[in-house]
Design a protein around this ligand. Structure first.
Ligand SMILES: [Zn+2]
Ligand SMILES: [Zn+2]
Length: 277
């Protein structure tokens, strides 16, 4: 595949495809499946129920950073990210920093190999303290569905294996020019990463949208994966307004197209336009 890159000042940001996972428009609330399907059809989406999965590689100022890691291939879904990374000539050992938007399995699945070992043996792993607290909460685990319990187990196993290399995000930049942006709701510690340089800016906003055309046009639409739908909606509205106002380049883990887009006001919501490859 042809990985698309954007130069953001000193940083080169590359969208790494992990493949697709099947979802369903039924997972959305706040819109009928007919209306949701119509938006997909008008946007030219061939498989309206598919979600694409991206991770992003950031290289520059001597650093090699990976934002999210794809599924790792669990249940024969996705799992192409590490091969696409190596196709760029980046060995897993060369990744010095892992930035996690949150700890859902399609974002952290690629951090451990099938034997349960760290895929990125030299990387510091950054995530929000509220994300760690959530997945480590025994009370929440006890109430969780069987499927959610597997997600808890995976998050805990991953944090345990990365051990002393786990770092908690705060309001300080990770490196000069790269700042975490809390976007809670999808998960409690859901976080975007914003790159600001004198030449250009970019925000990698994680799972602010799962169906990009639908949820930019209708920011009030949430998906069953949102742990706190009201908070997720507030974060989505806030960051969409900011991105439109600043004409900010945006990257998202469930974008299609090149993996990079801009949003502009349209009607009661926004229109997303993928930038050219
Ligand atoms: Zn998620
Ligand atoms: Zn996701």
């Amino acid at each position: 595949m042809n990985a698309v890159s954007r130069q953001i000042g000193d940083f080169q940001v590359t969208a790494l495809s992990d493949g697709n996972m099947s979802a369903s428009l039924d997972l959305l609330s706040g819109i009928t499946t007919t209306d949701a399907g119509e938006i997909q059809r008008r946007a030219g989406v061939a498989e309206p129920g598919n979600l694409h999965i991206y991770g992003y590689l950031i290289r520059g100022r001597g650093r090699t950073m990976l934002v999210d890691s794809g599924t790792g291939g669990a249940n024969n879904v996705g799992g192409q990210l590490s091969a696409n990374l190596q196709a760029l000539g980046v060995a897993p050992q060369a990744v010095d920093t892992l930035l996690l938007t949150h700890a859902h399995p399609d974002h952290i699945g690629g951090l451990l190999d099938e034997a349960g070992k760290a895929v990125y043996p030299n990387a510091q792993l950054y995530l929000h303290p509220l994300e760690v607290a959530f997945w480590q909460d025994d009370g929440l685990l006890a109430q969780a569905s069987e499927r959610a319990q597997r997600n808890f187990a995976r998050a805990r196993r991953t944090l345990a294996i990365y051990g002393e290399r786990v770092r908690l995000l705060d309001d300080k930049p990770i490196v000069e020019g790269i700042q975490p942006v809390p976007l809670p709701g999808h998960t409690p510690g859901h976080t975007g990463f914003r790159i600001d340089t004198p030449q250009a800016s970019l925000i990698i906003w994680g799972d602010i949208v799962h169906f990009p055309y639908i949820q930019t046009a209708h920011p009030e639409v949430s998906i069953a994966f949102d742990i706190n739908p009201e908070q997720a909606k507030a974060s989505r509205k806030r960051i969409l307004a900011q991105a439109a106002q600043e004409k900010l380049l945006v990257a998202g883990m469930h974008f299609g197209g090149s993996g990079f887009a801009r949003v502009m006001p349209e009607g009661q919501g926004y229109r997303i336009v993928y930038s050219e490859a």
